[in-house]
Design a binder for this molecule. Structure first.
Ligand SMILES: [Zn+2]
Length: 558
């Protein structure tokens, strides 16, 4: 009997998915970028192997996908965003595109007419700087278009809110209401009557009276936010300021298998920290989809509403140096309260005084809290050049948002004057001093567009190509550094550098097919990068073609 000839190529079959014939690039783990042409995904959603041209591929795999030469990059990680507000911004009145007060008022009037059942008129995104108004808007202006219903509209940076008279009445705010610590109620000129706009800590006076969203509204908002992130290639995000209600919404989604992106939570204040984490940070939950790392604190406000805490008075308002939300001792106590239970601490600091104060606190706390703490400074927008080197001490993370530089540069010039810009959005200097750069968007303050962020980081220009050679061009970053800040840097900042941010053996298989190679394309092409597919944990979580198919599907006859 003839023996059956055994096939010489009969290797044992390899479980998993081989994605081959791609133009792949990934951080190499040493600050550079390396290329590859194929990779294997294990059945449990990790990278099993990475192949370069000439490497032998497994002969038999469960599934094989021809990448057709398309560009593959790791999933982008947004190091600082606000998940639920991103979703709610899509469900309420969005004023971010308005370019004049009149345009905003007509949008508000239209929204009010279209939502007769809404108990409050809620919205976000306004920016009086873009309106060329030269002042804040007023309650009286809002009254004219809101028909007696309370209205509360938060400014684009989340650090100011605009109320109408009905909202003031509902919140019980009168001329006798004092400014709270760390906040300001703008008053009508020459009097005490509230003018309608509330800054920083004062926003809670009205914001706390707004009806709380129902759990099902939160679930809808999370779905909206996830869609926005997936479509832009964001596969993981640090949620800065998670409330217990937000956390419960994340868990409800995850329990049902609906949590597709990865969320790392930083609790909004000590109470939420205790409610969410209890005795310490949570482990990774739901196959690395959700984790609670630490605490988010606010030390100051934002530049736009002159809440950022500066060492010297504002160039365009000599009466103020900003609105610190607490003093140095209070900050140290809160940071200590978190660090003692091994929670990571992330402090919002925009002005140079705020940044110096956090650095002082880190200096002092590092004596007590040894080990790998990864103290995070969120925004680090305006840093006194004398303080830049201090970011290199104690392993401080500079969590920055390139899109803010492009949007804010003219305002920063107005607020600071020409002589205090050397440490403004100084990401290259901070990295050179030894800080780890972690880039994000601050969504919904800026849309979560990581490729736009990379374009700004490597040009210091806005989408209009201005200014010609870039703003403070000495801070232009290399492509390698910019890509790393949205991947490995952001992963490191959330203690996930061993599983997220690279396409490398053992990492979670989070990656994108995109239509431009960020190492070769022009900055304009990078800015307009289209995400074709978003994969998370080895599964295709989103594809542009599915979206197109949905849009093209003819609507059914009634
Ligand atoms: Zn933020």
């Amino acid at each position: 009997m003839a023996r059956k000839k055994k096939a010489p190529e009969a290797e044992p079959p390899v479980a998993g998915t081989l994605i081959d014939n791609v133009d792949g690039l990934t951080p190499d783990g040493k600050g550079g970028i390396e290329h590859f042409t194929g990779f294997l995904i294990t059945p449990d959603g990790h990278i099993g192997q990475v192949y370069h041209s000439g490497d032998k591929r497994p002969q038999r795999v469960d599934y094989k996908l021809d990448g057709q030469g398309r560009v593959v990059v790791p999933g982008m990680i947004d190091a600082h965003g606000h998940v639920m507000p991103t979703g709610f911004a899509k469900m309420t009145l969005d004023l971010s595109a308005t370019r004049s007060l009149d345009e905003a008022l007509s949008r508000i009037a239209a929204w009010t007419a279209a939502h007769p059942d809404a108990p409050w008129i809620l919205g976000t995104g306004w920016n009086q700087m873009l309106w060329g108004l030269g002042r804040m808007p007023t309650a009286a202006e809002l009254d004219a278009v809101t028909g007696g219903k309370p209205a509360w509209l938060t400014r684009v940076d989340g650090h100011a809110g605009w109320a109408n008279s009905a909202a003031l009445e509902a919140a019980g705010i009168t001329a006798a209401t004092p400014d709270p610590a760390g906040g300001e109620i703008l008053r009508v000129t020459g009097g005490r009557k509230p003018a309608g706009v509330f800054i920083d800590a004062a926003t809670a006076l009205v914001g706390d009276k707004v009806p709380k969203p129902r759990p099902e509204d939160r679930d809808t908002a999370l779905g909206e936010a996830q869609l926005a992130f997936l479509a832009q290639g964001v596969t993981a995000i640090a949620d800065m300021g998670t409330s217990i209600e937000d956390w419960q919404a994340f868990r409800r989604a995850a329990d049902l298998g609906h949590l597709r992106i990865r969320i790392v939570a930083y609790a909004a204040g000590i109470d939420n920290m205790r409610l969410i984490g209890g005795p310490g940070p949570t482990p990774w939950l739901y196959q690395d989809r959700l984790k609670m790392n630490g605490l988010k604190l606010f030390l100051d406000g934002a530049l736009g509403s002159r809440g950022a805490w500066l060492k010297q008075p504002y160039a365009d308002d000599a009466k103020t140096t900003g609105l610190p939300q607490m003093n140095r001792t209070q900050l140290g106590n809160l940071m200590s309260r978190a660090a003692i239970d091994n929670f990571q601490v992330a402090v919002h600091a925009i002005g140079d005084k705020a940044n110096a104060t956090v650095l002082d606190a880190i200096d002092e706390l590092s004596e007590t809290y040894k080990g790998d703490r990864r103290w995070r400074i969120e925004h680090a927008q305006i840093v006194d050049p004398a303080d830049i080197a201090r970011f290199g001490e104690h392993g401080v993370i500079a969590s920055m948002q390139p899109q803010h530089e492009a949007s804010d540069r003219l305002m920063a010039e107005a607020r600071l004057g020409p002589d205090r810009l050397a440490g403004a959005y100084a990401w290259k200097s901070l990295a050179a001093a030894g800080a780890t750069l972690a880039f994000g968007s601050d969504t919904p303050v800026e849309p979560a567009l990581p490729f736009e962020g990379i374009a700004v980081a490597i040009t210091r220009q806005g989408d209009d190509g201005q200014p010609f050679l870039g703003w403070q061009p000495q801070e232009i970053l290399s492509r390698e550094a910019a890509i790393n800040a949205y991947t490995t840097g952001a992963a490191y900042a959330m203690f996930a550098e061993d599983k997220l941010g690279r396409i490398a053996k053992g990492y979670d298989a989070d990656f994108l097919f995109v239509d431009a190679d960020p190492m070769l394309a022009t900055p304009e092409q990078i800015r307009k990068t289209k995400v074709l597919e978003t994969w998370i944990g080895g599964q295709r979580a989103w594809a542009a073609q599915d979206e197109n198919a949905k849009e093209e599907k003819p609507s059914e006859a009634p």
